[in-house]
Write a protein that binds this ligand. Structure first.
Ligand SMILES: NC(=O)c1ccc[n+]([C@@H]2O[C@H](COP(=O)([O-])OP(=O)(O)OC[C@H]3O[C@@H](n4cnc5c(N)ncnc54)[C@H](O)[C@@H]3O)[C@@H](O)[C@H]2O)c1
Ligand SMILES: [Zn+2]
Length: 357
């Protein structure tokens, strides 16, 4: 498998897996282009992989979660509107999920949409966000409040980029990879568990296999629900508590790790309701824990019940008084249960605390 075809209401596109770094020739193929490169990626790769990029057509962008906003998008507009190319311009983005969100939003809005090619360089972006067709910006302290649906026209995945990720960024991406494999069923979960030591050792071939699995599974949940109204919602597995934990810890816990903890929490709640047997629970738990190296840095105050429940109440996807959680059953089918009572949430939270601290 060297490519995945994505079908989208906006435009169909292709994800290509490259063995060699020879895909970076857009400046030779396109008349009007502008590369945007994450500053850290540029620092690591400008002397080798990225050395052929033309300097006058390359913008190195400083990225951070607090630069994922309209100000940075305006910097990009200001840069691009002075170029002679207008609607025929192609933006080529090289970086992680933050660069994807900022430049994708800019590309989707400038001149009502210009051509956009994305080369993801983090595990999260390669295995998950590159096919979401969403772009998001933070606004007034709220995460991902503004955004558009706009898939890139082409995605190129080159897994050797993953070798240089910090452990923190690597494990953050790994959380979504675990989530997607579980959502892919018993076989994919078992395969992942077996590969996990090589994944953590960053074996490029194994990583490529996991990235492909993840994208194919995500694609299967997106099919027919690009705009996130039904089945795609299940991709929120682990995210209800995950988001709350991120907020409570002021984003000290990286997203993917918060998601893993969120999945453990959802599994506890599912077990308490009888959706998951003790065996099923234990089997999933061992895989989850082996992809969670930071559990030891968790502190009791991170699980403060009052604050977490308050954060969960703020969940923008929530309706009514009860709590909704996506859960997994023994046979690995996924369902969204929308009537968890606050006592159930408290009890599951207490059990989670017991388990992790
Ligand atoms: N649009 C979507 O569908 C979608 C989906 C999920 C997440 N997101 C967003 O993605 C963001 C997180 O993305 P991320 O985890 O990729 O983080 P990121 O873009 O912040 O990258 C993490 C860090 O790794 C660095 N980096 C990137 N590539 C590297 C490489 N090859 N080697 C070494 N360092 C490298 C970056 O400079 C950064 O410091 C969040 O803002 C999240 O909201 C968007
Ligand atoms: Zn996520």
């Amino acid at each position: 498998l060297s490519m995945i075809e994505m079908f989208s209401n906006i435009r169909n596109y292709t994800v290509r897996f490259s063995e060699e770094p020879n895909f970076l020739d857009f400046h030779e193929r396109l008349k009007f282009f502008c590369y945007f490169v994450d500053e850290n990626v540029w620092g690591l790769y400008s002397a080798d992989l990225l050395r052929t990029l033309p300097r006058d057509g390359t913008i190195v962008l400083k990225i951070s979660e607090d630069r994922k906003n309209l100000d940075t998008v305006q910097e990009i507009y200001n840069d691009l509107i002075h170029r002679s190319a207008k609607r025929n311009l192609t933006v080529i983005s090289i970086g992680g999920g933050i660069l994807q969100d900022i430049t994708g939003f800019a590309a989707s809005t400038l001149y009502r949409g210009i051509n956009w090619i994305f080369i993801p360089t983090t595990l999260l972006a390669q295995a998950d966000s590159c096919i979401g067709s969403k772009t998001s910006l933070n606004y007034q302290g709220y995460k991902n409040l503004i955004g558009t649906f706009y898939p890139p026209s082409e995605v190129y995945i080159y897994t050797p980029f993953l070798a240089s990720l910090t452990d923190l960024d690597f494990f953050s991406g790994l959380g979504e990879v675990v989530k997607l494999h579980m959502m892919g069923g018993a076989e994919k979960t078992a395969e992942f568990k077996e590969l996990l030591p090589s994944v953590i050792g960053r074996d490029a071939n194994v990583l490529e296999r996991c990235v492909k699995n993840s994208l194919l599974i995500k694609k299967s949940y997106m099919e027919g629900d690009e705009f996130d109204t039904g089945k795609r919602n299940l991709l929120n597995f682990g995210h209800t508590l995950g988001h709350a934990l991120e907020v409570v810890t002021d984003y000290r816990i990286p997203h993917g790790q918060a998601v893993i903890i969120g999945i453990i929490f959802a599994n506890i709640a599912a077990r308490n309701r009888g959706f998951l047997s003790k065996n099923g629970f234990d089997r999933l738990l061992s895989t989850l824990l082996s992809a969670l190296p930071i559990s030891t840095t968790m502190a009791p105050q991170d699980f403060d019940e009052e604050i977490i429940i308050k954060a969960m109440r703020m969940d923008k996807k929530r309706t009514g008084e009860d709590f909704a959680l996506v859960i997994i059953k023994d046979d690995y089918t996924m369902v969204k249960i929308i009537d968890f009572k606050s006592e159930e949430i408290s009890r599951s939270l207490a059990e989670l605390r017991e388990l992790l601290l």
